[in-house]
Design a protein around this ligand. Structure first.
Ligand code: PLP
Length: 459
């Protein structure tokens, strides 16, 4: 019996050959990208036009004068002004394997040959099923998570998480979240996010109760947070729909917390039947294990987890008890075929190529980078680099006194010197790096040299 036509496309020798050739051609062209390079005079005018257009048509200028050309190699990216930057922010955490990675391009090309661009919940292709299977398989090794529902971004995955928790705890409305949390920018997530600047002019719904984040300088920090949690629960009987948390405070300042901090909080939630939702939109794939709840050993407490960024789409994973009634979650898009193929390829590389575990590459990268920053803070940059840390591939430090102006100026100069980072946190504000897993040791050393040079230029 002849095979199905879709299988024929996948298995066609001609298709395979062309894809291989295309990937190789891109690698050949991009092989000229080796390290940081300054901008080129002959590109100044053309680049400026792109930058101006970007601002003109979206009504707000770009943060950096960055317009990518579509070419890169590993941690390096070429931009329209002809410069090569070391990209240590990666689209705020999307490009875990950097730029123009051959396996990512190969997966994308296979996805692009499929009959549809976007897949949906009504008419899925195989990738939709393979992806949910992969996520459930990997998550269920260390938790009770049993199902996965795809969405197009982290915010939408979070919306689905809260709807599942609310339906289960109906009619409870209130969410307990950390001070300085970030959860996205929909109406609901702008409320969960603890930053008034992100909801200027929006009505307030008073549905979020705050508890303080871990303070490493305060030995009573854990007790204080537990006390605040208990008080909220006592004051809002039958009105708490979930406890939502980022395993490391992300946009709020890249502040990690340890297992001992979380444990009593999650135990209390479990004993009081409060659904536990871990927002792993940023931490997924970055902490040395696939899920931060594995790194922190908290899997048994998790009822719902959300992911996005590196996954190339959003997903909500949940236990049997939280499987919602039909109609609660759906939507037209579940992601592009290219996003599904590339997301799965990245997860496969992570799990099969030595990145995970205590001896894995992610832990090594973290150590080298953070130790390097720490050393600068004790030597040439004393008093100008402090509090270097984070979790896995999420690394930050406080430049100077951590004022918004100082950090903004430092980051712009760092960009001019060839390294891309981004701020997080409010007081202090910090410089953060979403380091790609493919970074090499010599790139880390170069990044540290550029950081040192930029700090010494002052602000
Ligand atoms: C912890 C966390 N939750 C949710 C989001 C929102 O995700 P998205 O921007 O894909 O909607 C982000 C994005 O930075 C995040 O860091």
């Amino acid at each position: 019996m002849s095979s199905l036509l879709g299988h024929k496309i996948e298995q066609s020798e001609k298709v395979q050959k062309h894809i291989k050739e295309l990937v190789q051609e891109v690698q050949n062209i991009c092989s000229g990208i080796q390290t940081i390079q300054p901008s080129r005079e002959d590109r100044a005018g053309a680049s400026q036009k792109w930058i101006e257009k970007a601002g003109a048509f979206r009504g707000r200028p770009l943060y950096y004068p960055y317009v990518g050309t579509g070419a890169g190699r590993g941690v390096y990216v070429e931009i329209e002004d002809g410069s090569i930057k070391m990209d240590l922010i990666n689209g705020i955490g999307i490009h875990l394997f950097g730029h123009s990675h051959p396996k990512v391009i190969e997966a994308a090309l296979h996805g692009a040959l499929c009959d549809v661009v976007n897949q949906g919940n009504l008419e899925p292709n195989k990738e939709y099923i393979q992806y949910t299977e992969k996520l459930v398989h990997l998550a269920s090794k260390h938790s009770r998570l049993k199902y996965a529902w795809l969405a197009t971004c982290g915010t939408m995955a979070n919306e689905n998480a809260i709807k599942m928790a609310r339906q289960k705890k109906s009619p409870a409305r209130k969410i307990i979240a950390f001070k300085d949390a970030f959860a996205g920018r929909s109406t609901m997530m702008a409320e969960v996010t603890d930053n008034p600047a992100y909801r200027q002019g929006l009505p307030e719904y008073h549905e979020v109760l705050r508890v303080p984040w871990y303070d490493k300088k305060d030995p009573q920090s854990g007790e204080k947070t537990l006390k605040a949690l208990k008080e909220h629960v006592a004051k809002n009987p039958n009105d708490i729909c979930c406890f939502g948390f980022e395993p490391m405070l992300g946009e709020g300042g890249y502040m990690p917390a340890n297992r001992e901090f979380f444990l009593p909080l999650l135990k209390f939630c479990q004993e009081n039947k409060i659904p536990v939702w871990a927002d792993e939109v940023q931490t997924f794939t970055r902490t040395g294990e696939l899920f931060a709840f594995e790194t922190l050993g908290l899997g048994q407490f998790i009822d719902i987890v959300t992911i996005a960024k590196t996954a190339q789409l959003g997903a909500t994973l949940y236990t049997e008890e939280y499987n919602p009634k039909p109609g609660l979650i759906a939507g037209t898009f579940s992601g592009t075929t290219v996003a599904m193929r590339t997301g799965m390829a990245m997860i496969d590389m992570l799990t099969n190529e030595g990145y995970l575990g205590p001896q894995g590459r992610i832990v090594e990268i973290h150590k080298r980078f953070v130790e390097g920053l720490g050393k600068l803070g004790e030597t040439s940059c004393k008093g100008k680099i402090s509090d270097a840390g984070g979790m896995g591939l999420m690394i930050a430090f406080t430049p100077f006194d951590g004022t918004k102006e100082q950090v903004g100026t430092f980051l712009k100069k760092l960009f001019d010197n060839g390294v891309m980072a981004f701020p997080c946190g409010k007081s202090p504000q910090r410089a953060r790096f979403l380091v790609p897993a493919i970074i090499q040791n010599e790139d880390i050393d170069l990044a540290l040299q550029v950081i040192e040079k930029t700090i010494l230029e002052g602000v």
